[in-house]
Every structure is written in C-alpha cells, then in structure tokens.
Design a protein around this ligand. Structure first.
Ligand SMILES: Nc1ncnc2c1ncn2[C@@H]1O[C@H](COP(=O)(O)OP(=O)(O)O)[C@@H](O)[C@H]1O
Ligand SMILES: [Mg+2]
Length: 456
C-alpha cells in the first residue's frame, strides 16, 4: 500500500473513531469529503472499501461489544470484501474483453478499407453480382469512370440491365447469362465510350452464403490497334526489304539502258528525235531518284556526320524551295536565328528540309497565295527546325500513323517522304513533332544538342 494510501487510511480511521465516540454529523461529512478526494485521486473502489473495512475493524476493537458480535461483524465485513474483489475481477475481465473487441473492430475496419482500396485500384472494370438475385452488389472506380456512372446508380441493377449499359452484342450477352463457370470473351461494344472489350467471368463460392458472380471488363481497344499496327508494319517490313533488294538490282540494267540511250541520242540518224531521247533520259533519272529515296529508308544505315550549321544547309537549299513555291504562286520565308553547330549529314538534312517543304507546299495547293515559313531557333538544350504551312491540316487518323511507309492521301503521292524524314531524324538523334489544325501545320525537328554531339 502506498504512503498516501496509508495516510488516508489513518485519517479515515481516526475520523471513524471520532464519529463512533459521538462526533456527530460534521465528522461524517468530513469522512465523506475525504472519500471523494481519494476517488478523484484515482483510488479504486476496492481500496476505498478496504479502508472502510480496516477502519471499522480498528474501531470495533475499541468498542464495548461482546466478542461474538465483534466476530459476527468481522465475518460479515470479510465476506463483503471477498464479494467485492470477485466483482472487481469480473469488471476487469469485462474491460479487457471490451478493449480486445475495440481492437478487433479496428482491424476489421482497416481490412475492409484495404479490400475496398484494392477493388478500386484494379485497372479493369469490376462487377460483382449476387448469384441468386442477379443484382449488382459491388462495382469499382474503373468501371464507373469508363461508363460515366455513379456506383450508387448501378448498385442493385440486374445483370441484363448492366450488360445493356456496357453495350454488349446479343451473342456475348447470351454467353454471359448462360455461363456456369470461368471463361473469357473478347467482343466489340456498341457503346461510344469503349471499343473492343475483354470480359472475364468467374463464380465466387463464398463461405458466407453469398454466392457471387464476378465480371471483369478490360478495354483492350488500344492494345488491339497496336497489335494490328504491328502486324501491318511486319508485313511492310518484309515488303520493304524485298523491294530494297529488287531496287538495287534494277539499277544496274537501268544504268546500261541509260548509257545506250545517251549514245544513240548523239547519233546523226536520230537527230530529229532528240527531244524523245531527252524525255526518256529524264524519266529514267526520275525512276532512279525514286529508288534512291526508297533505299534511303533502309534502317541503321551508317551516315557520315560533320560538324556544321543547320542555317547554312537551309540557306543552300532555299532557292530550290522558293522555285517550287513560285510554281504554285506560293512563297517561302526564312526566319533563321543563330544556332550552335550540330553533327549533320548535309545530303540527308537537305532531303529532310526538302521533303517537309514539299509537303507544306502541297498542303497549300488550294490557296491562291500561301506562305511557307522555315524557322530555326534554339530551345533550351535543343536546336529546332520548324517548317510551317497554312494548309488544311492533317486529319487525326493520318496524324496517328504519320511516318508509316506508303501512307499517302495524294493521288500521285508515294507516302515515302515522311518515313525518310523520320529515319533521317533518327540517325541525327532528333525527334519530330507535329502541330496541326485546320489553319495549318508545323513540323518541328528537334535536335537534342547533347545526344547529337555524341555522334553515332
Ligand atoms: N504539311 C502537311 N499538311 C497536310 N498533310 C500532310 C503534311 N505533311 C504530310 N501530310 C500528310 O502525310 C501524308 C504522307 O506524307 P509523305 O510521307 O510526305 O508522302 P506524300 O507526300 O507522298 O503523300 C501525306 O499524304 C499527307 O496526307
Ligand atoms: Mg511528301
């Protein structure tokens, strides 16, 4: 027993003695105040009772009562104390159980939130139906965002209603409604919000009566498009390689034919047909140019790079572009700012500028006067070449495939120009970005200084 408790006990016993000796109400009130103060200090009920008990026994010893009565009172108070401690034990047990329960409640709550977070974070749309009533019981954020619905709106809806909301074709609906186990299904949705879907269905045999039906929905449109594109590129690659091989082979006989044509053209007996020969030679040269352009597409070609200034190359090719522009009543403006030297292959950069300029001019063919602007400037760690036109812009379905060989919207186009630009940019550690709208297109070729100067 601590000192303060002993002190309390003594104070209390003396007050009790005083009372029993005829101290009156005032002493009793004083004892009561002492008790209240003790409780306020945190002395437990059992300890207070113990103090009462001891004080009573001490007081009793000094009372003129028979030993039998003293014995009786002692027995009675002992018994009372025993009951009290049993009661306190029970109470302590109850408090402990209560604390455990609160703790378990917290763990349960945490687990529930954890599961909810997982369900919300699943990157596929998740729908859980009660198997007996076929009503939706759980859904997640991905589903709600994709189909722009609130979880509250759809919870409780029936499976067929939800399948309508997803926009599934009749065949897929029947397959799901009659399914008995796990299966996966790919199908197109007729909802505007999604395209090709991958659906996975499985049954959950819950331990708590709740038998559920789980439907997972993944939008695989982008993946599907990518696969199609990859397959197409694969085919193109093969065709490209074959064509490159044939291209090489065609050049040799063509050189022979060209040589003989030149020889014959200078003969007297063909002097009146001279213009035909010129035309034939020109056409042969054009074929040769197309083949050269095509062959330059070959990947990983090593090119010789030399430190030089982009502006010099632009200026050198400018007269050619201006002549092209004039032919269609257009004109070309240069806005060249000082830029640091880069490691460039002059021939390739010329080709790049020319291809971009030609596309720009061709895009403005419907205008009476169109302006083509070629800019160079430095943007932080990049040197930028920008070719801007005032044409109609590029349609989204073309834009997303820009640079694919043979992609053209022109009657006489080859669809090679931009592929060549992309591969040239690639060899110069530059990247191409396109900004387009109905009032014109700007193609940016951004040379990263650090990467470019590393060389190849
Ligand atoms: N500046 C531009 N404005 C509008 N469309 C463009 C522009 N540049 C390229 N395109 C589009 O990209 C396609 C591919 O261009 P390109 O590879 O140079 O081939 P081609 O010019 O032979 O068609 C063009 O047919 C055209 O539809
Ligand atoms: Mg072109």
């Amino acid at each position: 027993m601590s000192d303060s408790l002993c002190e309390l006990k003594e104070q209390y016993a003396s007050l009790l003695r005083e009372y029993l000796a005829g101290g009156g109400e005032a002493v009793l009130l004083q004892a009561q105040a002492l008790g209240h103060a003790a409780v306020a200090k945190g002395v437990g009920a059992l300890q207070i009772a113990e103090i009462h008990h001891q004080a009573l026994l001490t007081a009793l010893k000094r009372m003129p009562v028979s030993p039998e009565i003293t014995q009786m009172i002692k027995l009675f108070t002992d018994f009372f104390m025993e009951n009290l401690s049993i009661f306190e034990m029970i109470e302590r047990g109850y408090l402990e159980a209560n604390a455990r329960l609160t703790h378990l409640g917290k763990i349960l709550d945490y687990n529930q939130r954890f599961v909810n977070d997982i369900v919300a974070a699943v990157p596929a749309g998740l729908l859980v139906f009660n198997r007996r009533t076929a009503e939706l019981i759980i859904t997640n954020k991905t589903f709600c965002e994709k189909f722009r619905v609130e979880a509250g709106e759809v919870t409780g809806k029936s499976l067929p209603d939800i399948l309508d909301l997803i926009g599934l074709p009749a065949v897929a609906k029947t397959a799901i409604l009659t399914s008995k186990g796990f299966f996966g299904l790919e199908c197109w949705s007729n909802s505007q919000r999604v395209g090709k879907l991958l659906l996975k269905i499985s049954m959950i045999n819950g331990r708590l009566e709740q038998e559920a039906f789980l439907l997972m929905i993944e939008d695989i449109t982008e993946r599907w498009k990518l696969e199609q594109e990859m397959a197409r590129l694969e085919r193109l690659n093969l065709i490209g390689e074959m064509a490159a091989g044939i291209g090489h082979e065609i050049r040799n006989p063509m050189t022979t034919v060209r040589g003989f044509l030149q020889l014959l053209a200078n003969k007297k007996e063909y002097s009146q047909d001279k213009e035909f020969f010129t035309l034939m030679l020109e056409e042969l040269d054009r074929v040769n140019d197309i083949i050269s352009e095509f062959l330059s597409l070959a990947r990983n070609r090593a090119v010789e790079l030399k430190a030089q200034n982009l502006n010099d190359i632009v200026k050198a090719i400018y007269p050619l572009i201006q002549a092209d522009a004039m032919r269609a009543d257009n004109y070309c403006d240069l806005e060249l700012e000082d830029v640091p030297d880069l490691l460039l292959n002059e021939k390739e950069i010329r080709q790049l500028i020319l291809n971009l300029a030609r596309n720009g001019l061709e895009a403005m063919s419907h205008l009476s006067v169109g302006k083509l602007t070629i800019r160079t400037y430095r943007d932080e760690n990049e040197v930028v070449l920008a070719v801007q036109d005032q044409g109609k812009g590029i349609e989204p379905h073309i834009l997303e495939r820009l640079g694919t060989p043979f992609l053209t919207t022109k009657e006489n186009g080859t669809g090679i120009g931009l592929s060549v630009c992309y591969s040239i940019a690639n060899r110069h550690k530059a990247r191409i970005a396109v900004d387009t709208s109905s009032s014109g297109t700007t193609v940016f070729v951004r040379f990263n200084l650090a990467k470019n100067l590393e060389g190849t």
